[in-house]
Design a protein around this ligand. Structure first.
Ligand SMILES: [Zn+2]
Length: 338
């Protein structure tokens, strides 16, 4: 099936030339040593639709890795289908995700400090919406605790879980915080409930979001609040001008506020705040199972959005090209000035 966004999205091209150094090494190892042994798992849309009317948006992702991203015509959710098996994801997350994401294998204090600075808008958002004084706060997927560090001054009691032991070890040294190994399952088996639970750029990585989100509420106290941040499709500007950069094999599902709401209401959570960045807040409470899943116009909105982003990108590329030619001919003129 052809990609409806065009040839650039169909196979490996030149879009990944920015990948160099440790990032390129990680990518090469994934491509040549890990993926040949991976099993491919078919993935159904979370809305329950059959997939017969899915549209293929891309066959590659931002890292130049093969990833078939499809759009469900029934609800507008984008998913990677098929995806790698759980073991392959786990291995890549453990060994190669960090350099792919950051550009080098080492974890440094400078990088940690940068992450704390980058977490400032998140901290500002949370503080302005939720009173954190003396509250217990849990972050799932806390990495080395930069996000939690940005909340230190609030007086909240901070706990984090992450699967990456290397990040946790550095994080404990950098932050002195209670950072524990594991994810939702481990947090639940520790039998604690929290006033605030944070999922910051984590939910889009869930391999089985219906199951994982269903148990999230057991981590919340009765009047607890869940914060979820995912890279919103309609917020492409945040990742630069190239819409191809949105597609990411590690984002097994990609959300808008509408599709995230479909998932959360299916999981008996009710939205109290949401925008298309996507920043969102949820509390316990059932508003009707999957009430927002059926939204056939949504997939058209998403396609229109991507088409116009692609058009804008090509225009910018063209301007850049014309500018280069002009400056080159100016240089030649100067060189051979009589
Ligand atoms: Zn769907």
């Amino acid at each position: 099936m052809n990609c409806i966004l065009g040839k650039r999205y169909s196979g490996l091209g030149t879009a990944h030339q920015y990948i160099t150094g440790d990032r390129a090494k990680a990518r090469e190892t994934i491509l040549n040593s890990i993926l040949p042994g991976a099993k491919m798992i078919p993935v159904s849309c979370l809305c329950g639709n059959s997939g017969n009317s899915d549209k293929v948006l891309a066959n590659i992702d931002r890292w130049g890795l093969p990833a078939r991203s499809v759009l469900c015509s029934h609800c507008g959710l984008i998913r990677v289908d098929p995806r790698w098996d759980d073991g392959t994801y786990a291995r890549i997350y453990r060994e190669y995700f960090w350099p792919l994401q950051v550009g080098f294998f080492d974890i440094t204090k400078e990088r940690f400090d940068l992450s704390v600075r980058r977490a400032a808008p998140f901290a500002q958002f949370l503080k302005s919406h939720v009173n954190l004084t003396e509250k217990s706060l849990l972050e799932i997927g806390c990495s080395y605790g930069a996000g939690l560090t940005s909340l230190k001054e609030t007086g909240a009691e901070l706990t984090g879980y992450d699967y990456d032991e290397r990040c946790l070890t550095y994080g404990r040294t950098f932050t002195g915080l209670d950072l524990r190994p594991g994810g939702i399952k481990e947090a639940i088996s520790d039998r604690n409930q929290y006033d605030v639970v944070v999922l910051r750029h984590v939910l889009e990585h869930f391999l089985n979001p219906l199951e994982e989100c269903l148990v999230l509420e057991s981590l919340l106290k009765e009047d607890g609040v869940l914060f979820v941040e995912v890279p919103g499709i309609f917020n492409l500007n945040d990742i630069g001008n190239d819409p191809l950069m949105y597609f990411n094999v590690f984002h097994t599902f990609s959300y808008t506020l509408s599709t995230l709401t479909g998932l959360m209401t299916t999981s008996s959570l009710t939205r109290i705040y949401g925008d298309e960045k996507v920043n969102s807040l949820w509390v316990k409470g059932d508003e009707g199972e999957g009430a927002l899943w059926h939204n056939p116009k949504h997939s058209d909105e998403i396609i229109t959005f991507f088409h116009s982003a692609e058009k804008k990108y090509k225009k910018l590329q063209h301007h850049g090209f014309v500018k280069k030619i002009k400056s080159y001919s100016q240089r030649l003129k100067n060189k051979y000035k009589p």
